[in-house]
Design a protein. Structure first.
Length: 120
């Protein structure tokens, strides 16, 4: 039972944070690519371009690190919220509309009422 619950919690986390997981993975891959590419560029660069390339490399690294931090923060906030709470306002409005009715009718009663109106 515990394994099933754990699976549903992980599936719920992935379902809600799919975008954050993708951003995290893409940022990690981009960070590795930037470091490999710029190491090659720095080895081939002249003295004049060398400092510009270092600044650009660290600027890109900081951008990707901030994206990684932001996506991890999003994943943590998603993980700490309860998976059983619904934030969908439409379903809450529909529930309120149904609960505000004086008489609740079954499908059969609604169909009979519809045909009774047509007969008149």
């Amino acid at each position: 039972m515990f394994k099933v619950l754990k699976y549903f919690l992980w599936a719920n986390l992935y379902q809600k944070g799919k975008k954050s997981f993708f951003i995290l993975f893409a940022s990690l891959v981009s960070l590795l690519l930037v470091s490999f590419i710029f190491n090659d560029l720095l080895s081939m660069a002249n003295i004049s371009n060398f400092y510009m390339l270092i600044v650009f490399k660290w600027l890109l690294n900081l951008i990707f690190l901030s994206l990684i931090g932001w996506s991890v923060l999003q994943i943590v906030t998603i993980a700490t919220t309860s998976p059983f709470t619904s934030k969908n306002k439409e379903t809450n409005e529909q529930k309120e509309r149904v609960l505000n009715k004086e008489k609740l009718m079954t499908k059969q009663e609604l169909i009979l009422q519809k045909y009774a109106k047509v007969q008149q």
